[in-house]
Design a binder for this molecule. Sequence first.
Ligand code: HEM
Length: 457
Amino acid sequence: MLAMVLVVRHLLPLFHNINVPRGSFGWPLIGETFGFLRPHASTTLGLFLQNRVIRYGAVFTSHLFGEPTVVSCDKELSNFVLQNEERLFQCSYPAAIHGVLGDSSMLAVSGYRHHRLRNLFLSLVASARASPTYYAQVDRASLAVVSSWRGRRTVSFCDEARKFAFGVILKQVVGLSAEEPAAVDILENYLTFMKGLVSLPLRIPGTAYAKAVKAREKIACTLERVIQDRRERGSCDESVFLDGLLPSEGFSDKEKVGFVLDALLAGYETTSLLISMLAYFLGQSDKHIDQLKREHQSIRSSKGKDEFLNSEDYKKMEYTQNVINETLRCGNVVKFVHRKALKDVKFKDYVIPSGWKVLPILSAVHLDASLHVNPQQFQPCRWEGLKNQTASSKMLAAFGGGLRLCPGSELSKIEAAFFLHHLVLSYRWSIDGELDVPMAYPYVEFGRGLPIHIDPI
Ligand code: HEM
């Protein structure tokens, strides 16, 4: 009955002459969700969006995830939505995702609760970036993974990138090494968690979703033990996050565990995917690898043999930054974000009714030909000289925007840059880009795990 009332209330604007964007609602209840989620190469918008943009324009109405929705492939509307978080729009992930992420996840809370968790996150990221140990840790971990390939001709790159990103985030957030029993436990449950996050939300025992909710609880239990242990033993000098988090006042233990989980869950898969995408795009162009290699050779030549990379070296990686930006643009690690309208919002000549879902499509900004010449081509030089933060943030939406702009963006870029440093100085590699393309399910994955052929330099 309640569901019925909600459906009718949401659809009222259609009968009140409110000028909602054009579009279609699809089937009763399921709407057009299956079409929207149909897998496609992540370097494209996918047929569902392409067809509707042609038919209705860059902003259109649909019925997705059980709710009437305005989909935005329009760079101005998407930016407007992200910049008006908490005023006109609010982060609104489906209840099923809350079920897996937990109620105290940053993506599940809003207003004051979100504000204080976010500030804490930003201050811990700032401490990490100010600590020389952090850069040395990332450098050491990159070198360890890349040198472990000695004697091999092919590697399954996604596995290696995951191994690296998991090792780094675990050390940084909770101070654990990947081989410790608690870490092995977390990784095992994490994989179950990821599978469930994108599955049908059926809380029936045995389904991927139910297993994911359980896996999250198990990770939370392991983290509680790690936190307790750390309280008893004191600082471990290697985990900037946990050492900063434990003394912070005003946060319950549940919030602290939720916070650590957020950092692990949001930071692991995204960063490893970015690194795999780098290998994918660069592996199709010797020219870009050569230019990258020159930059890293020059940085290496200014350092002692066993000296670790530091923040100054990172600042010198200018071409690397262009390559990372271009990879984020072409690869589209996160395709869209979930929002809802808090009131009727007028934008241009249409209205987004209060309570409707709004999906800013981040990949549409990246593939917009009015912003990027030949958007289908991988051209790192298009970012040259674009130092101005505002200019580049309007052209690159990979980390979202506004009050929810990804707080881990710099950490993932540092990891990717240091990994590239060792990769380009140690190997030449090539891939057959036709064989394994990154697919958006909409979470992005390389179907074959991105096998690459490597030749030591
Ligand atoms: C290539 C790497 C990454 C990409 C593409 C990415 C992308 C994003 C995007 C698009 C959002 C916005 C979600 C929204 O507006 O609804 C976000 C939020 C977030 N990300 Fe990232 N992220 C990356 C890496 C990381 C890392 C390394 C961490 C942590 C160490 C992290 C932690 C978070 C957190 C906690 C939020 C929630 C922020 C909030 O709600 O205020 N991310 N990320």
